[in-house]
Design a protein around this ligand. Sequence first.
Ligand code: SF4
Length: 395
Amino acid sequence: MTTAVDSRRPLQPLPLLVLGSGSDPGSERGVSCPGELPAASDPSLVRRARAARRALGDRAFILGHHYQRDEVIQFADVTGDSFKLAREAAARPGAEYVVFCGVHFMAESADVLTSDAQRVVLPDLAAGCSMADMATLDQVEDCWETLEDLGIAGEVVPVTYMNSSADIKAFTGRHGGTVCTSSNARRALDWALGGAGQGGGRKVLFLPDQHLGRNTAVLEMGMDLSDCVVWDPHREDGGLTAAELRAAAMILWKGHCSVHGRFRRECVTEVRARVPGVSVIVHPECRHEVVLAADQVGSTEKIIETIGRASAGSAWAVGTELNLVRRLAAQNPDKTIVFLDKTVCFCSTMNRIDLPHLVWALESLAAGTVVNQITVDPESAAHARAALTQMLALP
Ligand code: SF4
């Protein structure tokens, strides 16, 4: 559907394209690149990217998320998941420019963890994340106010997934919580709940991915599904009663990943019938019933490691983003690697970073113009850093 764009709408500052609930397709207008964007069909793109990269030398450091396109990832100085890339950015104080080939929340974390002198650049500002967009600061503050009114906010520790905006990380830091990743969610919850098996009597507000929160609480920590309630930001009081909120150990935010949320239990049944002897491995952002039906669950890094170590001749169905699954298949020709779903499933926002945008960003930087810089205001950055630092200090 095409939506008419109001020509009176101010184009500056360029907003992040909101892709979550309540999105406004017209806002895409606000993310056009100022300046000349090369055509995707330009045959000289690779040569131009190489030349700009050479010209920038050590002044630039390019980070590439595992879900990025091959045409982009070939220029990454380091590849990884969002947490690894944030650490890599922080470990490069000498790089004047950190070019983040990933999505907006990742670039924000990089800005929080790098020095004031470093500039973090996102080649296309439309590279947002639908999951991160599902929890806005206003909504989360409303939720917290309800918990305060009920007199239980003091028992609640916020834990936010890395895949959240800097505002939400700052909220978490302000309220004594921590950031977590899909690799350390169990440790984060143990800490927030007062220690493994100790039943600290505290509750967790888990943001913004309900599936990672539920899968970790139930499958890794032995909680019951009934210990978890889902806070719907679009309903009054989250759609929950005071009794439900008082009884719950896990208050899960009603957010999900539009890529991993697509997989259904039937995909697992279907692939088992289609590929004899297949092992199914999925990301914990998948629905609970999909994780239950799979053989293994693990973060992006764990999926890469597991398949890399698997024996030759083994067969794998992988429930994560398609760019990564295709790359795993190319890198492991001695194994059969298939995508869990029959239909393609790229992360549309990750795919916004393409070679024309990368060339544009690198050539602009080489010419001395900083484009698409991502900055987090100092106060939010300080609180977000506290939540990120707490994550790094998790036992
Ligand atoms: S794969 Fe999911 S969580 Fe990751 S950037 Fe895309 S929408 Fe967000």
